[in-house]
Structures are given as C-alpha cells and as structure tokens.
Ligand binder design. Structure first.
Ligand SMILES: *[C@@H]1O[C@H](CO)[C@@H](O)[C@H](O)[C@H]1NC(C)=O
Ligand SMILES: *[C@@H]1O[C@H](CO)[C@@H](O)[C@H](O)[C@H]1NC(C)=O
Ligand SMILES: *[C@@H]1O[C@H](CO)[C@@H](O)[C@H](O)[C@H]1NC(C)=O
Ligand SMILES: *[C@@H]1O[C@H](CO)[C@@H](O)[C@H](O)[C@H]1NC(C)=O
Ligand SMILES: *[C@@H]1O[C@H](CO)[C@@H](O)[C@H](O)[C@H]1NC(C)=O
Ligand SMILES: *[C@@H]1O[C@H](CO)[C@@H](O)[C@H](O)[C@H]1NC(C)=O
Ligand SMILES: *[C@@H]1O[C@H](CO)[C@@H](O)[C@H](O)[C@H]1NC(C)=O
Ligand SMILES: *[C@@H]1O[C@H](CO)[C@@H](O)[C@H](O)[C@H]1NC(C)=O
Ligand SMILES: *[C@@H]1O[C@H](CO)[C@@H](O)[C@H](O)[C@H]1NC(C)=O
Ligand SMILES: *[C@@H]1O[C@H](CO)[C@@H](O)[C@H](O)[C@H]1NC(C)=O
Ligand SMILES: *[C@@H]1O[C@H](CO)[C@@H](O)[C@H](O)[C@H]1NC(C)=O
Length: 713
C-alpha cells in the first residue's frame, strides 16, 4: 500500500518571497516557513505554513521521531509501506515543529497578585487516515502540544497513539495536550470514530462522536482547525472535507487552560500509532498562527511595531535589513555591553533563551552554595538549582571571567539556542549583570561522562551497552552540528567532561559553540592547556597548534579521543606502557593484532568484541594526525550504526606533517605523503616529554587566525 496525497499548491505574493529570502537569516530553524507577522489590537501573531512536506529537513524545520517519516509530500506519522504489511503494525511516531513557542507568562495584576497571560493560536491541517478496503483501521492520530520534543515512549503503540504508554499514562509530568482522532474503541472511549481532548493521558477529558468517518474506505482528506483563545481559555475543533469552508459548528469545544499543563515554552506537532490493525496516518499540510508573547521586560519597541503595521511585509524587509546593518556595525565595536539590536533580536523571537534576573538564579542556587556545586568546567563553575516557582531543576554555569565581547556572545547564543537535538543539552536561559555571565541549562541527573568513567569505586561501572549508546549519541549530535543544521557549527571543545548523561544515560553534548563565543583575545588552545584547564590534553588535534583554528576535522579528532577513552576506560593523556597518549598505545596493540587488549579491564570481558573492535578502529581513524584523512561525521555515524564496516587503519600511526595539504574527502588512501617527518614539528607534541610540550605551546600555541566556528554554509 502506497498512497500519493494531493499536494496543496503554494501561491505566494512576490513580497513574501523577498521576505522569505531575508527571514531565514534571523530565524534559522523556521527556514522558509514563517510567512508573515501580523499585529491585531496590540497582539503580534506569527504564521508558519507547510503547504506540503516535500522539503522536510529532519532536525532543521521538523523533528521526525521514532517511526515517523515523510514521503510523497506528506508526514507519515506511522510508516507508509512498501507492500509489506508487517512493517505497518505496532508503530508509533511523532513529529514536532523545531521552534518552541512561549505559551504563557506570569503578569502582575493591579491588585498585585500574579495572573497568567496565555497565548492564543490557530492551527489548521489536512489529514488523511488511509486504510485499504476490507481492513479495520488502527489506531489514530493526534495534534499534539508538548513541553518536551521527545520521541514517543516505548510501548506507545496500539491505543497509546504515540502519546503515552501503560506506565506513563495520566502522569502529570507528561506535560502534553493533544486532540486525538481515534479509530479504535478502548474501554474508556465512546466508540471507534471520535475526537477527544487528551491531557497527559489517552483517556480523553472530553470526547465527541464524529459524523465523519475518520478512515473511510475511499480515502478522504479532511481539514481540521484547532483554535485556542488564551483570554477565555477555550479550545474549539472544527472539521470538514478538504475544500469545504470551515463549518460554524465545532466538533469539539472545551475549556482549557494550557498554562495548567504545559511549561512556558512548548512545541507543536503530531503523533500517531498503529497496533494489530493499521492505517496510514498522514498530515498533508499545516498552517500555524501563534500569538507571540515577548519576554517580560523587552516588548518590541513601539517604533518597530508602527513600521511593521503601517507598511506590511515590505517594511518588515526594510527593518530586517536595518537590523542586519546595525548588527554588522555594532559587531565592530568591542566592549561596551550587549547592543540593543542584538538583545532585541534575542528577545523578540520565540524560543530564545529567556533572560533571568540574577536574584532568581541566586535564589535557585541558594546563593551559589558550595553544596550545590556540580563541578568546574572549562569556563567556570556549575551549580545545581531549582527555579523558584517552576519546580524545574537546572544547571547554572557561572563564568569565571568577564567577557568583553558581549555582542559576539549573544549573537552566538541566538544560534546555539536554535540548535535542537536530542543529544544536545537544552539551554534554558542566561543572565548578564555587571560583567558577570551565567548560562542556565537543563539539569542532567547523571552528570558527565568522565564521572562515570573515572570517578571513585562507589560509582557503578558504565556497562558496555551504555558506552556504545553514549558514543552513538555523541556521533549523532556532532553529525547534526556539522552537517544537518543549516549553519555549520564546530563544537571546538569536545571531551568527556562536556558530555552529559540524561536520566536514561543517553549522551547530551554540552558547551557546543561556546568556546568561540567566550573566546577573549587571551584565550587560545595554548592557554587552555597551560592555564590549568584540566583534561584538555589529548583531545586537541595537532594541526590546531599551528592554525589556532578549530574545524570539523578537529572535532572529529576530539571525538576519536572520546571513543578510545570510553572503550579503554583511560584518559586520552595517559602514561601507559611507555606511551604518553592512549591513542599511541592502542595503535601499537592494533599493529600487534591484539587491539581488544585495550578494552577497559573493569568490564571484565562483558562486551561485544566485534563492536569493541569497530569502535577502536574508528577511534584510531579519527586520531589520524592528518585532518584530511579523518573520517567525516556522516561516515562515523554509519560506522557506529554498523551500516558500514569499520575503517581500515594503517599499522603504523602516520607522522604529523605541516602543512597537511588541502582537506579532502576522507577516503583514507595510502598515506605516502605522510611518512615524511621533516616538518613534523608537532610530532614533538605527541612524542616528547611534557616539558618540551609546554615550551612549544608557549611559543607557538597562541598565534594563528581565529576562525568562525559558526559559518553559514
Ligand atoms: C498573514 O497570514 C495569515 C494567515 O495565512 C493571513 O490571514 C493574513 O492575511 C496574512 N497577513 C499578511 C499581512 O499578509
Ligand atoms: C495596548 O497598548 C497600549 C500602549 O502600549 C496599552 O496602553 C494598552 O493597555 C494595550 N492594550 C491591551 C489590550 O493590551
Ligand atoms: C530524525 O532525527 C532523529 C534524531 O534527531 C532520529 O532519531 C530520527 O530517526 C530521524 N528521523 C528520520 C526519519 O530520519
Ligand atoms: C504487535 O503487538 C501485539 C500485542 O502487543 C503482538 O501480539 C503482535 O505480535 C505484534 N505484532 C508485530 C508485527 O510486532
Ligand atoms: C487576587 O486579587 C483578587 C482581587 O483583584 C482577589 O479577589 C484574590 O483573592 C487575590 N488572589 C490571591 C491569591 O491573592
Ligand atoms: C493554509 O493557508 C493557506 C493560505 O492562507 C491556505 O490556502 C491553505 O488552504 C491553508 N491550509 C490549511 C491546511 O489550512
Ligand atoms: C513507558 O515509557 C517509560 C519512559 O520511556 C519507560 O520507562 C517505561 O518502561 C515504558 N513503559 C512500558 C510499559 O513500555
Ligand atoms: C457515540 O457513539 C456510541 C456508539 O457508536 C454511542 O453508544 C454513543 O451514545 C454515542 N455518543 C453520543 C454522545 O452520541
Ligand atoms: C478515564 O478517566 C476517568 C476520569 O476522567 C476515570 O474515571 C476512568 O477510570 C479512566 N479510565 C481508565 C481506563 O483509566
Ligand atoms: C466515499 O464514499 C461515500 C459513500 O460510499 C460517499 O458518500 C462519499 O462522498 C465518498 N467520499 C469521497 C471523498 O469520495
Ligand atoms: C482563530 O482562533 C480564534 C479563537 O481563538 C477564532 O475566533 C478565529 O476565528 C480563528 N481564526 C481563524 C482564521 O480560524
């Protein structure tokens, strides 16, 4: 069974096309979907549209999770088959729009008690719940608003619609609100063809029988309108056969206060499942208009509003151009605090980190109590905190050195915050007072990877499955930063202490993009080595000492160091069997055909030998001294997922040569030009004593151009 939806035709006025050209510069993750921003009686609405889903870019404009995918211009929340019915059964999938929206805020009323202000929205979408004649449909599709853009939990197939599972159902921590179109009757359902309002549970709060058949035998496309009024706290659902006008009567109407169930920033999307019976759960097009709630203290300046209102899209373009010019001009001034332009940009976009008041963070961390301290990172100290009033655990990073280039930093932040990936630590917000800078991240209950590898006997040993899983996660996050996000982002500071573990021991990369953001004129790789930042040695690619420049290839080097570290349970800079670096020792064992002897003895042999060998070879390939010979992250991801064989690794570690020649596609050919050591200054770094190394570093390490870690590709 394979189904071609009728794609809606995209018709845009030419001014809109111009706007589309400019807007992506400011709204990376909303690329080409933001159609317009309108202002109606003081309220700003942004409209996003997917006339079809031909140009879906996973992780960029949409997140396609678990069994969800897109094909033939439609979102297939559960798989479309290739004539294989077994492939359609027991599936669940979710899709989210990558940009979160601020759905409510606390406002002080005149009587001085806080009231919640809740945003309104209108969503409309075309769905096709297709089944072949003679089959019974299963299970249903839902429009979903969730606080976390997570994959459907395990066990969310069958009647759980990809929303919950037997354990999680009705748990208030689920934090979602959904409108279900259910085609199977469960004990708590009225019938097998109804619409329902689901709050943290598939046992709907309100249901209504439908006169439409959701999945009729003759495939029918329906348009659904989900309208929400934040002032009256009410939701309406309308439904019609595509092409028909919106009917006046709603199929479902219910009071609903989103702020009771969702966190301030939440995500819009869809969810669906199949069970022992199946159907196709397709979404063919989607319009979403959401009222924008600006951050509390930074409403858009009125002059800007006036311009936008008075001259429409053309004016928007002019404003944007002005912003860009302003940004360019301001960027060149250094030192006098964040510019209004950049701050304005940060605050007026949805989903940007919120600015915290210092006193809030001070309270959250109990005056930065030593007892709340989680550790010391590359740039400062990290404290655990509980956000007052939100009951949300966060990690607050307090930077040790005041940064003179606020504009660069904030600009970077607008990009960092738009990066959404399940293996990146989400940034919650920031605070900047009196030259002091704090970043607020989601709290990661399991700390950092290095703690699990090296800390004390009381810490249970990280088992093989988790280790492999961590490497898979880090690889997918780096691949995303390098290749999948529309602006190439170089992490620059990959190491075990920057890899956090969430509650399920999944890897979450932290501090991405920050190294450059926080760079001052004095910060360089050399200083990172010498200035007492622990644990950096061994992660930095040799060419970096020449160029001072981080690249995707140097990130791959750091990744290789992490892979070896995880498999061997030793730090990259380890004195072992006469070697100073773990990779040199592993390379020797590889040469001698006994590479598996490097596997962490604390695993007591409890690992998968083929996988361990795969990872060790991969780690060595990534540690190649010549940047162009290292695999690209895309290849790395394929190797880790066992889709392709591990790379061939030469028996002797090639010497480092500088200059290394142009970086080319890593097809790892014979490395004849790598055998010369005449200019191999850096081989001293890898072979010499620590003393010689520091001498080298202090002379050479600080020179070299600074790169743009985030460059538009
Ligand atoms: C913006 O989009 C909405 C929804 O498509 C539409 O109703 C409105 O007229 C548009 N406004 C402008 C100024 O184009
Ligand atoms: C609209 O804005 C004006 C001026 O900022 C303000 O006085 C008024 O209360 C606002 N009205 C609403 C409905 O928010
Ligand atoms: C989309 O990306 C996520 C990871 O961010 C991955 O789990 C999922 O399988 C991808 N979906 C598709 C269809 O590629
Ligand atoms: C689907 O799930 C049901 C019940 O959990 C099970 O009996 C059935 O074997 C599963 N079918 C497939 C194809 O996985
Ligand atoms: C909030 O203010 C209203 C009057 O405006 C009052 O009736 C109500 O009791 C107050 N609520 C709280 C929680 O103080
Ligand atoms: C989305 O908006 C466009 C333009 O206003 C309209 O032509 C289209 O029918 C809408 N699609 C849906 C699913 O509401
Ligand atoms: C439901 O999901 C949670 C979280 O992913 C998981 O821990 C639990 O085992 C799942 N329950 C079932 C019955 O699959
Ligand atoms: C909904 O449909 C079921 C059976 O299809 C029926 O028993 C029930 O009375 C209906 N409910 C309403 C409110 O019409
Ligand atoms: C469904 O929810 C209602 C209350 O909303 C409750 O009485 C009922 O027991 C629930 N049913 C199941 C199967 O959870
Ligand atoms: C589907 O079939 C029913 C009855 O057979 C008919 O009333 C309906 O109009 C058909 N729908 C479409 C979209 O052809
Ligand atoms: C948007 O939702 C409101 C309810 O909040 C409704 O009155 C309005 O008609 C909807 N607009 C559209 C274009 O559907």
């Amino acid at each position: 069974m394979s189904y071609s939806p009728r794609p809606a035709v995209l018709r845009l006025p030419s001014a809109t096309i111009f706007a589309l050209f400019f807007l992506p510069l400011l709204l990376p993750s909303a690329r080409s979907q933001l159609i317009n921003t309108t202002i109606i009686s003081n309220k700003t609405y942004s409209t996003y549209t997917f006339p079809s889903f031909y140009s879906v870019n996973n992780n960029t404009n949409l997140l396609l999770l678990k069994d969800a995918d897109h094909s033939q211009g439609a979102l297939q929340l559960t798989p479309d088959s290739r004539n294989q019915i077994s492939f359609l059964l027991n599936k669940s999938g979710r899709v989210f729009f990558t940009t979160p929206f601020r759905l409510w805020e606390d406002r002080l009323s005149p009587s001085d008690n806080t009231t919640k202000y809740v945003a309104s929205f209108n969503a409309s979408f075309n769905i096709n719940v297709f089944r072949s004649e003679g089959t019974i449909p299963g299970e249903g599709l839902a429009f979903l608003i969730a606080s976390i853009p997570e994959a459907p939990p395990p066990g969310s197939e069958h009647g759980y619609l990809g929303l919950t599972n037997a354990t999680l159902d009705a748990n208030p921590d689920n934090r979602f609100v959904a409108v279900e179109f259910d085609t199977v009757k469960q004990e708590y359902d009225p019938n097998d063809n109804h619409v329902g309002l689901d709050i943290n549970s598939v046992n709907s709060t309100v249901t209504a029988n439908l006169s439409f058949l959701i999945a009729p035998v003759n495939a029918t496309i329906y348009t659904v309108w989900v309208d929400y009024d934040g002032v009256s706290r009410h939701m309406w659902v309308h439904m019609a056969i595509v092409g028909d006008p919106k009917p006046s009567a709603a199929v479902l109407s219910s009071p609903l206060d989103l702020s009771d169930y969702l966190t301030q920033y939440s995500y819009f999307g869809f969810s669906a499942s199949t069970g022992t019976n199946y159907e196709l759960n397709c979404v063919l097009s989607w319009n979403l208009t959401v009222e924008m709630i600006p951050d509390d203290k930074s409403r858009m300046p009125t002059w800007k509003l006036a311009v936008i209102v008075s001259s429409g899209v053309l004016a928007v373009m002019i404003v944007l151009a002005a912003l860009l010019v302003g940004l360019y001009v301001r960027r060149r001034k250094v030192g006098d605090g964040p510019s209004a332009v950049v701050l304005g940009m940060l605050k007026s976009l949805p989903g940007t980190p919120r600015e915290f008041e210092f006193k809030v963070l001070n309270k959250a961390t109990n005056n930065f109590d030593e007892k709340m301290k989680l550790g010391k990172g590359g740039f400062g100290e990290v404290y655990k905190g509980m956000l007052p009033g939100e009951n949300k655990a966060v990690a607050v990073k307090k930077f040790s050195r005041a940064n003179s280039r606020q504009d660069d930093f904030l600009k970077e932040l607008t990009i960092i915050n738009r990066l959404r990936h399940k293996h990146l630590v989400p940034l919650v917000g920031w605070c900047h007072t009196n030259g002091m800078l704090l970043l607020v991240y989601d709290y990661m209950p399991n700390g950092s990877l290095d703690q699990h590898l090296f800390e004390g006997p009381d810490m249970p040993i990280l088992n093989w499955e988790r280790r492999y899983n961590v490497i898979t996660g880090v690889a997918s996050a780096l691949h995303y930063l390098h290749d999948e996000y529309e602006q190439r982002v170089v992490h620059r500071d990959l190491k075990a202490s920057n890899i956090m573990l969430d509650a399920n021991f999944n890897a979450r990369l932290g501090d991405f993009g920050l190294a450059r953001a926080l760079e001052t004129d004095r910060t360089s790789y050399a200083e990172m080595e010498l200035g007492g930042v622990p644990g950096t040695m061994g992660y930095i690619a040799p060419e970096c000492f020449h160029t001072g420049k981080a690249t995707c290839e140097s990130d791959v080097f750091g990744f290789g160091a992490v892979v070896l570290e995880v498999v061997c349970g030793r730090r990259p800079r380890s004195d072992i069997a006469g070697f100073k670096f773990l990779s040199d020792w592993v390379w020797k064992l590889h040469r001698e055909g006994r590479v598996l002897e490097s596997v962490d003895p604390r695993l007591e042999g409890d690992y998968v030998p083929a996988d361990a060998e795969r990872l060790l070879l991969l780690g060595l390939a990534c540690s190649h001294p010549s940047p162009g010979e290292r695999p690209k992250m895309q290849t790395v991801v394929q190797i880790v997922s066992r889709a392709v064989a591990p790379p061939a690794v030469p028996h002797f570690k090639p010497a480092f040569v500088w200059p290394s020649g142009p970086v080319e596609e890593g097809d790892a050919g014979p490395s004849s030009r790598l055998t010369s050591t005449s200019s191999a200054v850096m081989s001293s770094y890898y072979a010499s004593s620590a003393e010689g190394t520091s001498q080298y570093l202090s002379q050479e390490g600080q020179v070299g151009p600074r790169d743009t870690s985030i460059s538009t590709v």
